[in-house]
Design a protein around this ligand. Structure first.
Ligand SMILES: [Zn+2]
Length: 374
C-alpha cells in the first residue's frame, strides 16, 4: 500500500511519494468541484470552474501533506527517524523507523497533524471572511479548503486507533496505566467499532438512500480499511510485547554446522545442505566467523561452476551481514528481520558466530507461549 508511487522530492530531508491512488483522488475532487459544487453555488465561466477546481484539488493535497509533515517533524524532534511520507487515497502515512517509546512523545506526534489542519482551516476561513464576495473564486476556494481542513481534523480526531485521535487516546491510557498493550487494545477496539459503524452507515446509504450510492460505497470502504488497520496494528503491538524482555540467546539455534571458506559449492550442497536440510551455514576459519552462506547465495551460482567456486567467493562477508548479539531483545530481532526482509540472522559475539535466529524460531516462541497461555 505504501510502497512505490511517484517521488515528489524531499521535505526536511524526508522523501515524499505520491501513491497512484492519489491521482484518482485528484480527478474525483476536481470533478466533484468543477462539475457540481462550484456550478451549484456560483456562476462563473466553464473554464473558471475547472481551473479553480484543479487549483483547489492541488491545495487540498498540499493541506494533507502539511498535516503529514507536522507528524513527521515532531517525530524527528523526538529523535525518531522518518523514512518516508506516502500520500494515497485516504490521505497520508508517515513511515517511522520505530514507534515512539514514551506516551508524551506519542501524544505530541499524534496531535500535531490535526492541530495543523485546524490552523490551516482557520487561515483559509480568515481568507474567506477577508475576501467574502459571492462570485469571487478566491473566496469560494478558501471557503471549501477551510471546510475540508476542519473536516480532516475532525475525522482524524475520532478516538479510534490507528487514527490520530486513537493515538492521542492510547498515549493518555498508556501514560495512566504504563501498559502500552492494554492501551492499544482499548484504542484499537474503539477503532474497529468505528470502522463497523462506517461500514453499516455505508450499507445504509447504498440500500436505503439510493441517491447516495457513491458516498455509501466510499464510506463502507473507509470503514473496512479502518477496521483492518485497527486489527493489524494491535497484532503488531501484541507481538512486539510478547517478544520484549526475552533475549535472543533463549531461542537461537546453537548447533549450526560451520563450513570452511575453502569448501567448494558442490561440496557444500552435497555434504551439508542436502544432508542436514539446513539452509544457512556460518563460514568459519580458525574459530573466527568470516561470513554466512545461505541457499540464496548458492542459487545465483550457475550449476556448471559449482565444483570450482568456493564458499569464500559466494558467501555474504561479515561486514555486509546484518547481525544480532545474544543479549539483544527478541523484539529488536523481529524488527531487523522485517526491515531487512531476511529469514535468519547470525548471532555474533565478538568475531564468533555462536548461533542463528530465524523467523521460525520467533514464531514458534510466540505460538508455544500462546498455547500455554503464558
Ligand atoms: Zn494525521
Amino acid at each position: 500500500m505504501t510502497q512505490g508511487g511517484v517521488p515528489l522530492g524531499r521535505f526536511f530531508g524526508i522523501p515524499v511519494r505520491l501513491h497512484w491512488s492519489w491521482f484518482i483522488v485528484f480527478v474525483l475532487v476536481t470533478w466533484f468541484l468543477a462539475g457540481g459544487y462550484f456550478p451549484d453555488n456560483y456562476s462563473w465561466s466553464e473554464a473558471t470552474y475547472w481551473g479553480i477546481g484543479a487549483a483547489t484539488s492541488i491545495l487540498f493535497f498540499a493541506s494533507v501533506l502539511a498535516h503529514e509533515l507536522a507528524h513527521s517533524r515532531v517525530a524527528q524532534a523526538a529523535g525518531i527517524q522518518v523514512n518516508a511520507i506516502s500520500l494515497f487515497i485516504f490521505g497520508g502515512v508517515s513511515q517511522l523507523a520505530r514507534e515512539p517509546g514514551k506516551p508524551g512523545a506519542e501524544f505530541r506526534m499524534a496531535i500535531a497533524g490535526p492541530a495543523t489542519s485546524i490552523i490551516l482551516g482557520g487561515i483559509f476561513w480568515a481568507i474567506f471572511f477577508a475576501t467574502e464576495d459571492p462570485i469571487e473564486p478566491l473566496s469560494a476556494m478558501a471557503f471549501w479548503l477551510g471546510y475540508i481542513n476542519l473536516s480532516l481534523a475532525a475525522f482524524n480526531l475520532i478516538p479510534g486507533f490507528p487514527l490520530d485521535g486513537g493515538r492521542v487516546l492510547r498515549s493518555i491510557l498508556w501514560w495512566r496505566s504504563g501498559n502500552l498493550r492494554s492501551a492499544t487494545r482499548i484504542a484499537s477496539t474503539i477503532g474497529r467499532g468505528f470502522g463497523y459503524l462506517l461500514i453499516f452507515g455505508g450499507i445504509y446509504y447504498i440500500f436505503v438512500d439510493l441517491d447516495n450510492l457513491f458516498q455509501g460505497l466510499f464510506l463502507a470502504f473507509v470503514g473496512w480499511f479502518l477496521e483492518n488497520a485497527a486489527v493489524g496494528s494491535y497484532r503488531q503491538v501484541a507481538l512486539q510485547d510478547q517478544l520484549r524482555g526475552h533475549k535472543i540467546s533463549e531461542i537461537m539455534t546453537r548447533d549450526c554446522p560451520a563450513v570452511s571458506p575453502r569448501t567448494t559449492i558442490e561440496e557444500l550442497v552435497n555434504q551439508y545442505i542436502l544432508i542436514s536440510g539446513r539452509r544457512c551455514f556460518p563460514v568459519v576459519e580458525d574459530g573466527r566467523g568470516l561470513g554466512l552462506i545461505t541457499i540464496h547465495n548458492v542459487k545465483v551460482v550457475p550449476r556448471e561452476v559449482w565444483h570450482s567456486r568456493t564458499v569464500r567467493e559466494v558467501m555474504t562477508p561479515m561486514d555486509k551481514l546484518k547481525r544480532v548479539g545474544p543479549d539483544e531483545d527478541l523484539s529488536s530481532a523481529m524488527q531487523l528481520l522485517t526491515d531487512e526482509d531476511v529469514n535468519q540472522l547470525p548471532v555474533v559475539e565478538g568475531d564468533r558466530i555462536i548461533g542463528m535466529v530465524a523467523r521460525e524460531n520467533l514464531l514458534a516462541f510466540v505460538h508455544s507461549r500462546a498455547e500455554l497461555g503464558t
